[in-house]
Write a protein that binds this ligand. Structure first.
Ligand code: NAD
Length: 342
């Protein structure tokens, strides 16, 4: 098991990565805690020992469970359990659990300690790290939330063996983006090394820009916004219709699209596009826009992307200086790129 540090001053914490890491959970429980509220889902099936009095609270599956109602129910259960400000919330699950448990921990008693045991590949390389928590509203995804850093995270690679194939593949899509954020030879690494390398990469970007402010002004920006690489089209595909795409699969298409778009804009050469295609194919992920998804609809959704702060179309794109936030990309170029990816 290796420890990766997320450097955030007094909010710094360690991510423990490797097979069997869940058995180290009690070492991450704060000394002040006498009770632990474990938040999980029935399907997760990962048992944890906290070393203090613990009770398990189950939430439902899927995006529908990421709601204010779930947070209220959890907080009421915490209160009945007698969870105090000195105690701890443990999120055991994928990104749905870590987002909801994290937000409940951020608001219960105005904030209690939080530890994540990430049990999907996607949560291990992304969702459980960096302190973004939140829930959906009927009006949109992740519209209510808080930055609330955990005091520790566990990425036990052993528990990934039980993940449904489709969920594993979805995690690979999120993992693929790190190949372009500076993690070398990612598809060749063993699972634990690959997870640790992605965690290190995310930790570095989060440490430099904890609250994702680097992208809010100026023409170009880096920092945490770069983690949205591949996500502009990815989100549009997820919102556009029922194309049966898991998050990471949509991101994979978004990564390849972003490479082709950068090429059309003269930012990268053909080899770099081929590298994107190669990494995505190596993970067995899709790379083409699904039949039936209209380019005009995707364009309209991308223009509404909440990460975009300017007026025109904004993308994270590769270029001579690596990934950057690029604003005011011409609509015609985006449409031509989409059409070329069918
Ligand atoms: N906060 C962030 O920074 C951040 C980043 C990326 C994604 N997210 C959020 O993460 C969510 C997606 O997360 P996800 O892809 O992990 O999906 P998920 O949490 O829905 O988990 C996928 C499925 O796998 C099951 N599962 C989890 N662990 C298992 C295990 N070890 N064995 C068997 N089954 C298991 C779950 O019960 C669920 O049915 C989205 O809501 C997204 O918004 C958040």
């Amino acid at each position: 098991v290796r420890a990766v540090k997320v450097e955030l001053g007094e909010r710094s914490y360690e991510v423990l990565v490797g097979p069997g890491a869940r058995r180290l959970l009690s070492s991450l429980v704060p000394p002040s805690a006498t009770k632990a509220a474990v938040v999980t889902q029935e399907a997760v099936g990962v048992e944890v020992g906290t070393g203090v009095a613990q009770e398990t609270f189950f939430i439902k599956e899927g995006e529908a469970a990421k709601s204010m109602a779930t947070v209220e129910q959890l907080c009421r259960n915490f209160a009945r359990f007698g969870l105090s400000r000195a105690d701890v919330v443990i999120g055991v699950g994928g990104g749905v659990v870590t987002d909801v448990a994290g937000f409940a921990a951020a608001v219960y008693h105005r904030g209690v300690a939080l530890v994540h045991v990430a049990t999907t590949l996607l949560a291990q390389v992304d969702a459980a790290i960096g302190g973004k928590t939140g829930v959906n509203l009927p009006e949109g995804k992740n519209l209510v939330g808080a930055f609330w850093q955990p005091v520790g995270v566990i990425c036990d690679t052993e528990v990934l063996a039980a993940l449904p194939r489709r969920e594993y593949r979805s995690g690979l899509g999120e993992m693929a983006k790190y190949a372009f954020l500076g993690v070398a030879n990612l598809p060749e690494l063993a699972l634990e090394e690959a997870v640790a390398a992605c965690v290190e990469c995310k930790a570095r970007l989060v440490a430099g820009d904890e609250r994702e402010v680097a992208g809010l002004s100026g023409a170009k920006a880096g920092g945490r916004a770069l983690l949205n690489y591949g996500h502009t089209l990815g989100h549009a595909l997820e919102t556009a219709g029922n194309y049966d795409l898991r998050h990471g699969e949509a991101v994979a298409i978004g990564l390849v699209f972003a490479a082709h778009l950068a090429h059309r804009l003269g930012r990268v050469g053909k080899e770099r596009v081929a590298e994107h295609e190669r990494v995505v194919a190596a993970y067995g992920l899709p790379s083409r826009v699904p039949q039936g998804a209209k380019s005009e609809d995707l364009l309209a959704l991308m223009a509404r992307d909440k990460k975009s702060t300017g007026t025109g179309l904004t993308f994270v794109l590769d270029g001579p200086a690596g990934l950057e936030v690029v604003r005011d990309v011409p609509e015609a170029t985006v449409l031509a790129t989409l059409e070329g990816l069918r």
